[in-house]
Design a protein around this ligand. Structure first.
Ligand code: SF4
Ligand code: SF4
Length: 94
């Protein structure tokens, strides 16, 4: 398996976000059937490694076509705002 990258994230209020890129080492997506970013964090401090582009370390949304064994196997993913949350915009239901 290969770990896909988070190519963009428009949730600029997240501590891991700089210039619409996620700089966590890896993120976790999903809570049951909803594809939200579980790593989303609103802190005043900057998070992650500014040199790193995040990968998707795990995804708990087994109903997505890209999910294999609770890992994401999309080429890459995009994340964006959804109300007060952050969602995987690459999610595609079976
Ligand atoms: S919301 Fe998720 S994908 Fe976006 S910057 Fe924060 S941790 Fe990264
Ligand atoms: S594309 Fe699908 S499998 Fe990949 S992180 Fe998003 S919801 Fe999970």
């Amino acid at each position: 398996m290969k770990m896909p990258n988070v190519v963009s994230c428009d949730v600029t209020q997240c501590a891991y976000n700089t210039n619409n890129r996620c700089h966590a080492m890896a993120i976790t997506i999903g809570d049951g059937s909803h594809p939200q970013c579980d790593t989303f964090c609103q802190e005043n401090t900057s998070g992650g490694d500014p040199e790193a582009i995040a990968g998707v370390g795990a995804c708990k949304v087994s109903s997505c076509v890209y999910n294999q064994n609770l890992e994401c196997q999309a080429e890459q993913i995009r994340v964006g705002p959804s109300g007060d949350e952050a969602d995987c915009l690459t999610f595609e239901s079976y």
